[in-house]
Design a protein around this ligand. Structure first.
Ligand SMILES: Nc1ncnc2c1ncn2[C@@H]1O[C@H](COP(=O)(O)OP(=O)(O)O)[C@@H](O)[C@H]1O
Ligand SMILES: Cc1ncsc1CCOP(=O)(O)O
Ligand SMILES: [Mg+2]
Length: 262
């Protein structure tokens, strides 16, 4: 686990280009900014080429799209491949809505992601494994999460993060599980979207995307865990405010003290 990547990220301040969703776009921008990277968002396909060229990483969130936005996402993914920029995909609710599954399938044939980050319901859907996803949430299923993540990584030929109480990170050969976190993440819509874009920021500072992905997961979950531990009575409103502070202020040494993974 290369926790020192957090210092590299803060020193390099990489630009992360996001196509976000209208629900969580501000959380995503502020989360990237707080951790030490530089967010930029766009809704216009005419500037996609310039945007991808100026960015050090790209995150495409499939959370809430219209037909023109699907085109924008497709073009941007293809440009990320063309300019060799690390590309992260967040396939929101792809296991719950057949239309989204169809769109995601089409997009994943148009470009090649470097990392896919989703919850169990989303990653199971992309792996082709039976699961009962629940809207944007993971839902329920009986499959083994490590096997599901590995199948998805092999099928999609990229690093996969299956997030949840334990995050499973795998490239199909190597697998790590991050045990840190707090259930408070589930009380805030946008936790997963923030993580996906923070993963992109880490990919901008380490060309080994498996390493970058696992470090991003530990940093994000570990910071959330520290925030929750600071006040056992904390609710979801305070959590997101304090999470933003902590994304900015938490040090590598503080994360080393609580890092839990195997
Ligand atoms: N019950 C939980 N306990 C600890 N951490 C959690 C829990 N649920 C989610 N997380 C953390 O929340 C973050 C967002 O993951 P997740 O909730 O799976 O995404 P999404 O919002 O897309 O469903 C991750 O860092 C994950 O580790
Ligand atoms: C509620 C909602 N509806 C469409 S996208 C979205 C946000 C999903 O955010 P996250 O997966 O990070 O909780
Ligand atoms: Mg999500």
């Amino acid at each position: 686990m290369k926790l020192s990547l957090l210092n590299d990220l803060r020193q390099q301040n990489p630009i992360v280009f996001n196509i976000s969703n209208f629900v969580t776009v501000q959380d995503v921008a502020n989360g990237i900014n707080a951790i030490g990277a530089s967010p930029i968002m766009s809704e216009e396909v005419a500037e996609a080429d310039e945007m991808v060229q100026l960015a050090q990483a790209v995150c495409l969130n499939l959370g809430a799209f219209t037909e023109p936005q699907i085109k924008h996402i497709k073009v941007t993914g293809q440009l990320a491949n063309k300019y060799h920029k690390p590309l992260v995909i967040d396939p929101v609710a792809v296991g719950a809505v057949a239309y989204r599954a169809k769109v995601a399938e089409d997009l994943l044939t148009a470009f090649q992601p470097d990392v896919i980050r989703g919850n169990a319901g989303e990653i199971a859907a992309l792996a082709g494994v039976d699961w009962q996803a629940k809207g944007i949430d993971a839902g329920s299923g009986s499959g083994n999460l490590v096997s599901i993540a590995q199948s998805c990584a092999i099928k999609r030929r990229c690093t996969v993060i299956l997030s949840g109480p334990t995050d499973v990170i795998t490239d199909g050969k190597r697998t790590v599980q991050v045990l840190n976190g707090t259930p408070l993440f589930q009380t805030h819509v946008g936790s997963g979207d923030m993580l996906s874009s923070i993963v992109a920021a880490f990919c901008a500072v380490d060309p080994d995307y498996f390493e970058a992905a696992q470090t991003a997961c530990l940093v994000f979950a570990g910071i959330g865990q520290r925030v929750a531990q600071s006040d056992p009575q904390m609710g979801s409103g305070t959590f997101i405010i304090k999470l933003m502070d902590a994304l900015q202020q938490t040090t590598v040494a503080q994360l080393e003290e609580l890092a839990a993974y195997d």
